[in-house]
Design a protein around this ligand. Sequence first.
Ligand code: PEP
Length: 248
Amino acid sequence: MARRRIIAGNWKMNMTPSEAVKLVAELKDLVKNDDVDVVYCVPAIDIVPVVEAVKGTNVNVGAENFYIEDKGAFTGEISAPMLVDAGVKYVIMGHSERRDIFGENDILINAKVKKAFAAGLTPILCCGESLALRKAGTYKEWIERQITWDLSGVTADQVKNLVIAYEPIWAIGTGETATADQAEEVCAFIRELIAKLYDGATAEAVRIQYGGSMNASNAAELLSKPNIDGGLIGGASLKPDFGKIVNA
Ligand code: PEP
């Protein structure tokens, strides 16, 4: 069964609510493509206006973060039930910026994967190596460790609906993309790992994105690779280029 492609924008800490609504309007006709899942992962404060703005279009809304408890004394956090009630379908977790700047570890990320599924959200689980690990040649071991921890106790049926984003840290926001062959090598490795941890059917079903300076010029080559089912896009998701990636 062919996997449905998924192109997701990660807006990061960009776009005020009014800028967000303007961007959605600008992209509206550019991202029309019924063969692809299109997702805007937006800052928490933009979720409600963006959900309203994409009504009647093919675009889904994702969150960039959440906390694993349903409610209570967790100042500054938002919960999975809040996201679901607001109309969110996807949520990013394990992004290198949250791991490195906010100290999130694989134990918390694993709890987030489980919580997201329990709440009815689709996790976009990020993994990827630093430049030092890439140069040392130990990047596959690193990614295997991240994914094995992050998916501990997650069922095969859940993994079939999971999105994994392979995002080499050295390619994020740097303008330096992994070559299509480098990206394919790791995405294929991740699929083999899922087969080892679960089974062949689960590995065939899980969707794996590449992320890291993907843009209108390099998207078609990256997306032509058999194990790359889509992209997680930072900088280029804030521009009309995003429409070209959706249609690449
Ligand atoms: C990201 O942070 O998820 C990302 C892929 O960023 P960029 O496309 O800007 O490299």
